[in-house]
Design a binder for this molecule. Structure first.
Ligand SMILES: Cc1cc2nc3c(=O)[nH]c(=O)nc-3n(C[C@H](O)[C@H](O)[C@H](O)COP(=O)(O)OP(=O)(O)OC[C@H]3O[C@@H](n4cnc5c(N)ncnc54)[C@H](O)[C@@H]3O)c2cc1C
Length: 463
């Protein structure tokens, strides 16, 4: 329990209706979307509406040695928002203002709590889009997705969050407010602070405002579903499409277990006898270009023994993407605990990674449904288990160890888009080495010497 004097000070900053201390409220903030993680009640949840309020909260937390856990929608998949050391959960739900859409500079300025879809809706009347597109666009916040450098379905052609962040306002652990970047397309003044804060998972500073880059949408597009009798053929098709120098907007994979589960859940007409499907969309500014890219893709699919169904209408296309977005919720229905990973490999090693995951599933006698952003080499092997079954969870943990080891052996990385949080901290050394860990600590300690911001996440404390 926090001293009532501190609660009173927080109420003075944000108003009493924006401070939560009842257990029933705190429980909601004790966990996030990540499975197989410990939960922890915070001491208090605070919902500021302005940067000035965030600054005051940081200064108070610093004075009282309280941890601060920034939280958007809590949809992250790495335990990033669990308040392990108690203290303050800083919720951004009241900082949800779109401050400006600037169609001349193709930018939007938003508060960190704006939901990604709300930004997309606000820029649509200007004929613009914000391309980063995680599966949670309708719930995840701009602040959370910037802090995670979220990827999503359009990463292959349009890039990920870091490619769309031009400037920010950040409250540092010292309490200073720091603004950097802006609306200029070019900016090499000082260090590249956007790169430092994007993907920093709330450990280096609290993001309060974001200047995002917008683009005009492609005018033409063609979506298709390719099904395969062998998983290897699907993997080779992914590599083949890239090798043909076609960069689809979206190139997603679902394996047999995922296809069957999604079909059972969403009834969209997926081929339940296929070993794998690819969902592919090509787009561009000219119909002829889109047609020729689609032709090239069809050729690669045929060479790899695939069968294709082309979406004949926008409704059919939307159905395909609805099916893909249903993958995780559908798999999650099958078992109480859904352990989802996002190991990522170079695109030409995707077949080897798919086969490795299959072998690991057989070795540990686990159900693993694999789907993901195949064109980015970013797979989401999803282990279906029950956390109450200790023996099974032991096998799950061994399988996860092997999935990461396989990705690193193939020249890949621990996380393509879900971040490290607390879930993957123990694996960091295997990718970065001791010198990398030391560098992480030095960066953290330069900005947050007391480990006040999102402590026990991303950066392992020495010893
Ligand atoms: C069904 C499902 C599908 C998903 N699909 C994708 C996908 O396709 N691609 C993808 O990349 N991710 C995906 N995710 C993961 C998740 O949606 C994204 O990481 C999302 O961007 C997190 O946003 P959020 O607002 O929920 O952040 P939160 O979960 O609240 O926070 C995420 C991290 O950011 C920090 N943070 C939050 N706000 C701030 C702030 N203002 N300042 C500083 N730090 C802050 C938190 O401390 C935490 O470390 C998916 C998750 C689910 C459950």
């Amino acid at each position: 329990m926090l001293d009532t004097a501190i609660i009173k000070q927080l109420e003075d900053i944000v108003g009493s209706g924006n401070v939560l201390t009842k257990k029933a409220d705190l429980v909601t903030y004790s966990y996030d979307a990540t499975a197989d993680m410990p939960s922890q009640l915070p001491d208090v949840v605070v919902m500021p509406a302005t940067t000035a309020a965030v600054q005051k909260i940081v200064l108070l937390a610093k004075e009282k040695s309280l941890a601060i856990y920034p939280r958007g929608a809590g949809t992250n998949l790495s335990g990033g928002t669990i308040p392990l050391k108690k203290g303050i959960v800083l919720s951004f739900q009241k900082m949800d203002k779109i401050l400006e859409v600037d169609p001349e500079n193709l930018t939007a300025t938003v508060q960190a709590g704006v939901v990604i879809q709300a930004l997309s809706d606000a820029v649509a009347p200007y004929g613009l889009i914000y391309p980063p597109d995680p599966g949670t666009v309708t719930t995840a916040t701009m602040g959370g997705s910037v802090a995670e450098c979220a990827g999503g379905l359009r990463g292959l052609k349009y890039g990920v969050t870091k490619h769309y962040i031009m400037g920010m306002e950040v409250v540092l652990a010292s309490g200073e407010i720091f603004r950097f970047g802006g609306k200029t397309v070019k900016n090499v003044t000082a260090y590249d602070f956007a790169s430092l804060f994007v993907g920093s998972e709330g450990t280096l500073g609290i993001i309060t405002e974001i200047i995002a880059k917008l683009i005009p949408p492609p005018k033409f597009r063609k979506a298709m579903l390719a099904s395969f009798k062998r998983l290897e053929d699907a993997g080779n098709t992914v590599t083949g499409i890239i090798k043909a120098y076609v960069i689809p907007a979206t190139l997603e994979i679902m394996d047999k277990m995922t296809i069957q589960t999604v079909e059972n859940y969403a009834k969209v007409g997926l081929p339940t006898d296929a070993e794998a499907v690819l969902l592919i969309e090509v787009d561009g500014g000219a119909q002829q270009l889109v047609d020729s890219e689609a032709e090239a893709v069809l050729k690669v699919i045929k060479e790899n023994n695939g069968e294709v169904k082309i979406a004949q209408s926008d409704a059919e296309r939307d159905q395909l993407w609805a099916a893909r977005r249903a993958a995780l919720p559908a798999l999650a229905q099958l078992s109480p605990t859904t352990v989802l990973e996002d190991a990522t490999v170079p695109r030409n090693r995707i077949t080897e990674m798919l086969v490795a995951v299959q072998k690991i599933a057989a070795k540990y006698q686990l159900k693993i449904g694999t789907f993901g952003h195949a064109g980015d080499g970013n797979l989401h092997p999803t282990i279906l288990a029950d956390a109450r079954n200790k023996e099974e969870m032991e096998r799950v943990h061994q399988a996860v160890d092997e999935i990461f080891a396989a990705a690193l052996k193939l020249g890949g990385t621990l996380s393509g888009e879900h971040g490290i949080g607390m879930a993957k901290m123990k694996y960091l050394k295997s990718e970065l080495g001791e010198s990398g860990l030391n560098l992480m600590r030095r960066v953290k300690e330069a900005l947050d010497p007391d480990y006040m911001l999102n402590p026990a996440k991303m950066v392992p404390v020495k010893g």
